[in-house]
Design a protein around this ligand. Structure first.
Ligand code: 5GP
Length: 198
């Protein structure tokens, strides 16, 4: 994907739809893409690495960052904080396309920054049952966490209306190809409309 103008993609979904897999696949395939690594107070899972999957910080540290207005957006999700630092985004955007794996609350806050332009994609599965099975198969959550995630499904799914595109993740390859198509078409559109292109 050539670097005509850097773009920002937001990927959101209810829990258990496969967003993180898609995000990582995009980064692996396209050098231009960098994932925005969020800060969180959630404890790391056994397969997660600090600085790569998240910046894992204490609640105290996170609240200091909130007080110092360091975040473009942050939200409390399943009783933990998650947020995107302004500095990181501003630096990355100079060199790269950015992909955000964030929830609907963060999306609403980011889109309040009128100087920033996003392509907002909402991923869904065919049913709540499907998401539940994925979460169970993924086996990365305690029973309590699983319950919290399933409980928030009904509210999370309502926010599909806030997004530019809704993509069904029934088959990973098909879903990935659809997202690629959206990104290519948007990149070309931005290029055609950009004064730099003339
Ligand atoms: P998980 O605990 O499964 O890694 O993430 C839980 C939820 O938090 C997911 O929906 C994920 O997209 C969202 N999330 C991750 N980082 C951020 C962030 O920086 N801001 C917001 N608002 N949501 C985030």
């Amino acid at each position: 994907m050539s670097n005509k103008e850097n773009i920002m993609i937001i990927l959101s979904s209810p829990s258990g739809v496969g967003k993180t897999t898609i995000t990582k696949k995009l980064q692996q395939k396209y050098q231009s893409f960098k994932i925005s690594v969020s800060h969180t107070t959630r404890p790391p899972r056994s397969n997660e690495v600090d600085g790569i999957d998240y910046h894992f910080v204490s609640k105290k540290k996170f609240e200091t960052l909130i007080k110092d207005k360091k975040f473009y957006e942050y939200a409390k999700i399943f009783d933990n904080y998650y947020g995107t630092l302004k500095n990181t985004v501003d630096m990355m955007l100079k060199q790269n396309d950015i992909i955000f794996d964030i929830d609907w609350q963060g999306t609403q806050q980011l889109t309040n920054f009128k100087n920033l332009k996003f392509i907002k994609i909402f991923l869904i599965t065919s049913s709540k049952e499907d998401s539940k099975n994925r979460l169970i198969n993924r086996n990365q959550n305690t029973k309590l966490e699983l319950e919290k995630r399933l409980k928030s499904y009904n509210n999370d799914i309502k926010h599909w209306k806030d997004y530019d595109y809704i993509v069904l993740n029934q088959n990973l390859e098909n879903c990935f190809q659809q997202i690629e198509k959206i990104i290519f078409s948007q990149k070309n559109k931005i290029f055609i409309n950009s004064p730099k292109a003339q």
